[in-house]
Design a protein around this ligand. Structure first.
Ligand SMILES: *[C@@H]1O[C@H](CO)[C@@H](O)[C@H](O)[C@H]1NC(C)=O
Ligand SMILES: *[C@@H]1O[C@H](CO)[C@@H](O)[C@H](O)[C@H]1NC(C)=O
Ligand SMILES: *[C@@H]1O[C@H](CO)[C@@H](O)[C@H](O)[C@H]1NC(C)=O
Ligand SMILES: *[C@@H]1O[C@H](CO)[C@@H](O)[C@H](O)[C@H]1NC(C)=O
Ligand SMILES: *[C@@H]1O[C@H](CO)[C@@H](O)[C@H](O)[C@H]1NC(C)=O
Ligand SMILES: *[C@@H]1O[C@H](CO)[C@@H](O)[C@H](O)[C@H]1NC(C)=O
Ligand SMILES: *[C@@H]1O[C@H](CO)[C@@H](O)[C@H](O)[C@H]1NC(C)=O
Ligand SMILES: *[C@@H]1O[C@H](CO)[C@@H](O)[C@H](O)[C@H]1NC(C)=O
Ligand SMILES: *[C@@H]1O[C@H](CO)[C@@H](O)[C@H](O)[C@H]1NC(C)=O
Length: 505
């Protein structure tokens, strides 16, 4: 508890802050044998994601893919600092299978009961309550008042204890739109007492995304790993620059968790990436300009991959619609970056947006279902995404992949300007599933079109449509000893896996 008080003592120094994971309250593992090893995989679960059409519940979480689950968001009373649950219905009232709402007593149901159950079944999974976020951040306005902070500390600890969380994650980086937009850039880290905060934080989640948006005059990649060497496109921030900044402030590399978006950032009316845009166009749900990864790439688009930046985007040359998003290829590059630089792991916003993991028994080299991600809107969102995500195997008889007979050969043709590119276009795979779905966009090995095979690098499947969270986990397992299975602690000893990492290509 002491540590939390210290943390709150520092808060006035922050003008804006990215998502900061503030400790597992319980530090009993500091003396555990072996200490820290492996990497963190930190997911954000959004409590509003349970509603239609997202329909992503706590029971949809693949707990083994994560070391930490951040539950977003709790709110705080602007006037007195009281932290409280943001959506009582979703948080503690919604009925999940197996709940008996008639039971007597003052019982917790909803997401928080399920999160607790999930944790009990996965004893290494650490759960954190996230406070703030875009909507609630403005309620931190009175944080300069000592009494406000004291109430904040007291009430958040009460929530942790009442609902069985392991820790707290404070996210008020979105005090204003600009700070949120460049959470990793100058505006994001300006004014932070990094050294002071670092004493209190178990780890830092770097929001290495939203590098571009309505505030950038041209369309730009939104989460590139490497800086743009073209001054005209340089917005002063990239994943690497963000990491360098915090390392430069003296933060132990093991405490830096690189954030990755599981959504795409769009611009419309462009002439391609790096050109002027007219509007941000449509988007998923009520979020103009943003798409869940699982709906990408949009139909009829060409996919670009720039290895220099480690960035990918889709482009529709009829409307000039560009969507920047991570693919398994850029994701693997980020995972390797984390391991080479001995960072602490990866963080994802938000887990409901990930590609489906529609892959044979989870084996990268197994037979794979090409392109079965929930990209199409409407029908397929309800059917495919609703039905198969989380439990895709075995696929039912009605969902048949019919090679050969229904193939329309269509080899990628256009390599458009400024791109090291893979092309996705109408590929003519036919699926039979309550209708005839044509024209799946598939990114595989096309020279093998008649015997379609997954795109494999380092024995990791890099087909679009494959879960990015799992791509990272697999890479961590292959090179870095896997996920951190220990409890968190402040001393990050060099792990026995360092040699493996150092030997990594
Ligand atoms: C809290 O902040 C709001 C908005 O900044 C302000 O109007 C209000 O007076 C503050 N409350 C207290 C108790 O200081
Ligand atoms: C804080 O203010 C809310 C109303 O805004 C009130 O319900 C609550 O009791 C107050 N808590 C404390 C500790 O004063
Ligand atoms: C709960 O109570 C309602 C009405 O009393 C009843 O219809 C329902 O079957 C009960 N459910 C359970 C799980 O006992
Ligand atoms: C916070 O909790 C401590 C310890 O229980 C108590 O002494 C203090 O009065 C509380 N502060 C507020 C503002 O509620
Ligand atoms: C892009 O926009 C800028 C500023 O709005 C303008 O000066 C420039 O001419 C535009 N470029 C093109 C190619 O339209
Ligand atoms: C992009 O703009 C064009 C022309 O205004 C429009 O037809 C199209 O729907 C827009 N695309 C998106 C995804 O909003
Ligand atoms: C989550 O799981 C439920 C129950 O198994 C299922 O109905 C729902 O479609 C799943 N949601 C997603 C997004 O996979
Ligand atoms: C748009 O892309 C398609 C497919 O890649 C290509 O055939 C066509 O020539 C392109 N049109 C323009 C105007 O570049
Ligand atoms: C990739 O992006 C960099 C930085 O803007 C640029 O210099 C390079 O030309 C791009 N590569 C390709 C193939 O477009």
């Amino acid at each position: 508890m002491t540590s939390l008080k210290v943390i709150l003592g520092l808060l006035p120094l922050l003008s804006s802050v990215s998502a900061i994971a503030v400790s597992e309250v319980e530090r009993s593992c500091q003396s555990c044998n072996g200490g820290w090893s492996g990497y963190r995989n930190v997911g954000y679960f959004t409590n509003w994601g349970i509603y239609d059409p997202q329909d992503y519940f706590v029971t949809n979480i693949s707990a083994k893919e994560y070391t930490h689950m951040n539950y977003a968001f709790a709110n705080v009373d602007i006037n007195n600092g009281t932290v409280f649950l943001g959506d009582l219905e979703a948080d503690i009232q919604t009925e999940y299978p197996g709940d008996n709402l008639n039971a007597t007593g003052n019982n917790v149901y909803g997401n928080l009961k399920q999160l607790y159950l999930l944790k009990k079944k996965n004893r290494n999974l650490k759960t954190l309550l996230s406070i703030g976020g875009a909507t609630y951040s403005e309620n931190f306005a009175n944080i300069t008042q000592a009494k406000w902070r004291e109430t904040f500390v007291n009430t958040s600890i009460t929530l942790l204890n009442d609902y069985g969380f392991d820790g707290l994650d404070i996210d008020f980086g979105m005090l204003n739109e600009l700070a949120a937009a460049v959470g990793c850039g100058e505006a994001g880290w300006h004014g932070l007492d990094v050294k002071g905060m670092d004493k209190c934080l178990d780890f830092w989640n770097l929001m290495a995304y939203d590098f571009s948006g309505e505030w950038t005059p041209t369309a730009l990649p939104a989460a590139n790993l490497w800086p743009d060497n073209n001054p005209a496109n340089d917005v002063g921030v990239s994943g690497h620059q963000c990491v360098q900044h915090y390392l430069g402030e003296g933060v132990n590399s093991r405490k830096l968790v690189l954030g990755m978006p599981l959504y795409g950032t769009a611009f419309n009316g462009t002439q391609g990436m790096w050109t002027n845009w007219t509007d941000i166009g449509g988007g998923d749900y009520d979020q103009a300009g943003n798409y869940d990864d699982k709906h990408l790439p949009l139909e009829g688009t060409v996919l670009f991959y720039n290895k220099t930046l480690e960035a990918a985007w889709s482009f529709d040359n009829k409307t000039g619609h560009v969507v920047s998003f991570d693919t398994p290829t850029t994701t693997l590059a980020k995972a390797k970056y984390i391991m080479k630089n001995q960072l602490g792991g990866m963080m994802y916003w938000s887990i409901d947006q990930d590609f489906s993991k529609l892959q044979s028994e989870g084996k990268p080299n197994g037979k794979i279902w090409p392109g079965v991600w929930d990209r199409l809107k409407g029908h397929s969102r309800k059917v495919n995404y609703g039905k198969w995500k989380g439990a895709p195997w075995p696929l039912p008889e009605s969902f048949k992949y019919r090679p050969q007979s229904n193939f329309k050969r269509s080899i990628p043709s256009s390599i458009t300007e400024r791109a090291e590119i893979e092309t996705v276009k109408e590929r003519g795979f036919n699926f039979e599933f309550g209708g005839n779905w044509n024209n799946w966009n598939i990114w595989g090995q096309w020279e093998q079109w008649s015997n379609w095979r997954p795109k494999i690098t380092d024995n990791i499947c890099l087909n679009i449509g494959y879960s990015l969270v799992d791509t990272v986990k697999t890479a961590f397992e292959k090179y870095g000893g896997g996920l951190d299975r220990s409890k968190n602690n402040l001393n990050y000893p060099h792990s026995v896996y360092d040699n493996i990492r150092n030997g990594m290509a």
